[in-house]
Design a protein around this ligand. Structure first.
Ligand SMILES: [Zn+2]
Length: 131
């Protein structure tokens, strides 16, 4: 395999170390180019790292719109789904994610629960929406 950055052949070697995802350091593995130092990470491995980073953010508390959006996407939720479940308008979720409005702590917490326990949390939130 050829390094996509420096285009040299046979310079990639297995690599393990710390990598930063969304400001969170997680253990990662991939391949590193001996020539230019580029680190290549497969998509499935990147997905695993993103989940680890999201778990960390949820444990320490989602603090920004960027983090909220990151966790929401990894939870497989669209902004309008989150809005429906939380009883707010879609525009409100957009404002949280753009950092225009502070995210209510309860919403940040509920998103973390949706990420950690998707089915149960969804059922419980939807129960509130019943007439
Ligand atoms: Zn290279």
């Amino acid at each position: 395999m050829r390094c996509p950055t420096c285009k040299k052949d046979n310079t990639l070697r297995p690599w393990e170390g710390l990598t930063t995802v969304m400001g969170v350091e997680v253990e990662g593995r991939g391949q590193r180019c001996r020539s230019c130092g580029e680190i290549l990470i497969e998509l499935t491995e990147r997905g695993r790292q993103e989940r680890l980073a999201a778990e960390h953010l949820v444990d320490r508390g989602i603090r920004s719109g960027v983090e909220f959006k990151f966790v929401r996407k990894l939870a497989g939720l669209r902004a309008n789904e989150v809005a429906d479940m939380f009883g707010v308008r879609k525009e409100t979720v957009s404002r949280w994610e753009r950092g225009e409005v502070e995210i209510p702590r309860t919403a940040a917490y509920a998103l973390g629960e949706l990420f950690a326990h998707p089915k149960l949390t969804r059922q419980r939130l939807e129960a509130f929406a019943q007439p």
